[in-house]
Ligand binder design. Structure first.
Ligand SMILES: Cc1cc2nc3c(=O)[nH]c(=O)nc-3n(C[C@H](O)[C@H](O)[C@H](O)COP(=O)(O)O)c2cc1C
Length: 283
């Protein structure tokens, strides 16, 4: 069956902007092909509107070898898609972080809502798992400091074109699961383990400027800025608070060591992310 997609949605969940960047690029590529493409954030998007698009792409970061739990919940609450072409993508840090299986799982979630699977892809980025550099392994992260770059942006461009082509032809795809031992403890069990290793997780009232970024980034409403506290039971250890705080005011320890976030890590190493040409024009 031939289709003529006109309205595409590129929905992303992104804590430190890398997935969002790929999502915006994909939307720009679709727009250049004459599609009315909208790039939106899962947290601001009304899932009831999902079936009003005739191509849906969803992108997430790999967190704890899995699709972030809040995105799983959001997609499971979405209405039936009635055969709308769907595609997934993930961003990941470094190598061997279960990115293939995570992109596949995200695609399966969309397929279970009644979407027609037309693609999945993985894009390398810098790891934002703050304990890694805070514990002295800066080198591991810095070896990917160039990402995202022209090479990974080009993959995204080719992916957007391939998805559109398959959507037009209603050409469904399937992907095999890869053998990945840690798949057994992905998501919840890994988060539980991480919480045991995490010591303090609170807000330093003397450093906090009250800007509210941590609250905005927290996908589970675990931060109370009136009492400068974090509900660590509710927290899903996404590190969105510490990674985005501009004042370095999230007080967290990991195996006894003070953790600092991605914003601070980029500042210390003078890292700036280069934009793809499609987004430069607009910014
Ligand atoms: C809490 C947390 C857990 C992570 N777990 C993984 C993982 O299991 N595998 C992986 O490849 N990368 C992992 N990463 C790295 C992120 O997937 C990667 O940095 C991603 O590009 C961040 O996307 P964002 O900037 O859109 O938030 C993790 C990062 C964080 C903060």
């Amino acid at each position: 069956m031939k289709r003529d997609p006109r309205r595409a949605l590129v929905l992303t969940y992104s804590q430190t902007g890398q997935t969002q960047l790929y999502g915006r690029l994909i939307a720009a590529v679709l727009k250049n092909d004459g599609i009315k493409a909208v790039a939106a954030d899962v947290r601001d998007f009304d899932m009831a509107a999902l079936p009003s698009f005739d191509l849906v792409m969803v992108g997430v970061p790999v967190f704890y070898w899995d699709v972030p739990g809040n995105v799983i919940d959001a997609l499971n609450s979405a209405p039936r898609l009635g055969g709308v072409p769907v595609a997934s993508f993930v961003t990941y840090g470094g190598h061997g972080g279960n990115q293939h299986n995570t992109a596949r799982r995200l695609l399966m979630l969309l397929w279970r809502r009644g979407g027609l699977p037309v693609g999945m892809e993985t894009f390398g980025a810098m790891s934002t798992f703050a304990p890694t550099w805070s514990m002295g392994n800066e080198g591991r992260i810095l070896s990917f400091r160039h990402r995202p770059d022209e090479e990974t942006y080009d993959r995204a461009r080719r992916y957007a074109a391939a998805v559109l082509d398959r959507a037009r032809r209603s050409a469904a795809v399937s992907y095999r699961k890869e053998f990945f031992p840690a798949d057994l403890i992905r998501g919840g069990p890994s988060i539980a383990l991480n919480k045991i290793i995490t010591g303090r997780h609170t807000i330093d009232a003397s450093a906090c400027t009250g800007c509210g970024v941590c609250q905005k980034k927290c996908p589970v409403g675990a931060i109370d800025l009136d009492t400068f506290s974090v509900d660590t039971k509710r927290c899903i250890s996404c590190l969105g608070c510490i990674n985005n705080c501009p004042a370095n005011a999230i007080d967290m320890t990991y195996m006894g060591k003070k953790v600092y976030g991605f914003a601070e890590f980029k500042k210390r190493h003078a890292i700036s992310v280069s934009l793809p040409k499609e987004l430069k024009r607009k910014s």
